[in-house]
Design a protein around this ligand. Structure first.
Ligand code: XLS
Ligand code: MG
Length: 345
C-alpha cells in the first residue's frame, strides 16, 4: 500500500499564556487572527475549536449573532485554506457546570449542558465539520457519595442521544481522561468511551479521541489505546502529547518524556492506516510556563517534527528481523533492536 502523508491540527488554546493553579499568565494573549497565521506558517492544515473559541462568550449571544460570527470565521478559514477539524462544547467554565454538566445533580444545569452542546453542533456544521469532541471535564466526582454513578451513565447516554437526534450527520468523539479537574472521571479510558457508545441510539456515530497524556495518567500505553480504538474503526481524532508519569496533566511536546512510547504510538497509527479516511493528527500540547514569547510556538513545531521523524523510524524499522526475533522469543534482542533503531547510527 502506498505510504500516505499526514495532516495536522492544533487548537487556539495550545498557544497558551502559561497560567497554572499557582500563578497567573506570563505571556500576553495573542489574537485569534495571529494564531491562525502562525498555524498556517507552521504548515498545519486544520484548527480545532471549542465552541467559544469560535464564538467568544457564546452563551450571551443570540442565535443570529452566533450565525453571523461563525460565517465570518468560516470566511477567514477559507481565505487561509485552513479547515475546522472539530468543535467541542466547553462544558466546564460556566457556573451551571460546577457540579458536572451532563451529570449535574441539578436538572436545570443538565438542561443547560445539553442546550449548549446542541448549539455547538450548529457551530460545527456551519464551520464545515461533522466532528464534535466531548471532553467530559466535570463528569465525575470529588466526593463519591455526592453522585449516583449508575444514574450518571443514564444522563450521559441521554445527552449523547439528544445530540445524535438533533443532527443526523454528526459524529461524536469522546475524549477520555481519568482525573483532573475531577478526582474520578466517569469515562476514564477509550474502553469506557466505546462501551458507552454502545448504549446510545446510534453507536456507529459515537467514537473517540485518544490523548497520549490522558492514557498515561490512567496507567495505560497510548499505543494500545490507539490499537484498541482502531480495531473498532472509531479513532476519529488524536491529541498527541506527552506526560511524565502520574502527575498533573502536563501536555508536553510529543515524545518529550518518552521517545519509545511516542515511537510505538506512531507505529500503531501506521499499522492501522490512521489518516486514510481524512483524520487529522492533533497536538494538544502546551508551551512550558518558562517559555519566552519568541519561542512561543516551538512546542507545536517540535511535536510535528518529532512525529514526522518517528514516521520515518516506523517505516525503516526492520520488521523482518523483528519477526525472526519474535519467532525465537528473543525479546531481549528485540528490545535492544528498538533502542538502537531509535538511537540511530
Ligand atoms: C484537557 C483536554 C482538552 C480537550 C479539548 O485535558 O485535553 O484540551 O482536548 O476540550
Ligand atoms: Mg485533549
Amino acid at each position: 500500500m502506498a505510504k500516505h502523508t499526514y495532516k495536522f491540527c492544533f487548537g487556539p488554546w495550545n498557544i497558551s499564556e502559561g497560567q497554572d493553579p499557582y500563578g497567573p499568565p506570563v505571556r500576553s494573549p495573542q489574537s485569534f487572527d495571529w494564531k491562525l497565521k502562525q498555524l498556517k506558517r507552521l504548515g498545519f492544515d486544520a484548527m480545532m475549536f471549542h465552541d467559544d473559541d469560535a464564538v467568544p462568550e457564546i452563551d450571551t449571544k443570540s442565535d443570529a449573532q452566533v450565525r453571523k460570527e461563525v460565517r465570518e470565521l468560516r470566511q477567514k478559514l477559507n481565505d487561509a485554506g485552513v479547515a475546522a477539524e472539530m468543535v467541542a462544547p466547553r462544558l466546564w467554565f460556566d457556573p451551571r457546570t460546577i457540579d458536572g454538566a451532563f451529570t449535574s445533580n441539578d436538572p436545570q444545569c443538565r438542561k443547560y449542558a445539553i442546550q449548549r452542546s446542541l448549539r455547538c453542533i450548529d457551530v460545527a456544521r456551519q464551520l464545515g465539520t461533522d466532528l464534535i469532541v466531548l471532553w467530559l471535564a466535570r463528569e465525575g466526582s470529588y466526593i463519591r457519595e455526592s453522585k449516583n454513578a449508575r444514574q450518571c451513565m443514564d444522563y450521559l447516554v441521554e445527552a449523547v442521544d439528544a445530540m445524535l437526534a438533533y443532527d443526523k450527520k454528526i459524529r461524536i468523539s469522546i475524549e477520555p481522561k481519568p482525573n483532573e479537574p475531577m478526582d474520578q472521571a466517569y469515562l476514564p479510558t477509550i474502553g469506557h468511551a466505546l462501551a458507552l457508545a454502545q448504549l446510545t441510539r446510534d453507536p456507529k456515530r459515537v467514537g473517540c479521541v485518544m490523548e497520549s497524556a490522558h492514557a498515561i495518567l490512567v496507567g495505560l500505553d497510548p499505543a494500545d489505546e490507539i490499537d484498541f480504538a482502531m480495531s473498532f474503526g472509531k479513532l476519529w481524532s488524536l491529541h498527541l502529547n506527552d506526560q511524565n508519569g502520574l502527575k498533573f496533566d502536563q501536555d508536553k511536546p510529543f515524545g518529550s518524556a518518552n521517545l519509545r512510547v511516542a515511537f510505538n504510538q506512531v507505529r500503531a497509527l501506521e499499522r492501522n492506516g490512521y489518516g486514510r479516511k481524512g483524520e487529522y493528527v492533533g497536538f494538544d500540547v502546551h508551551p512550558f510556563r518558562t517559555t519566552k514569547v519568541e519561542h512561543w510556538l516551538a512546542h507545536l513545531e517540535n511535536s510535528r517534527r518529532t512525529f514526522l521523524k518517528l514516521v520515518q523510524k516506523a517505516r525503516t524499522f526492520n520488521e523482518k528481523q523483528a519477526r525472526t526475533l519474535i519467532k525465537n522469543r528473543d525479546y531481549a534482542a528485540l528490545d535492544q533492536m528498538v533502542i538502537e533503531h531509535l538511537l540511530g547510527k
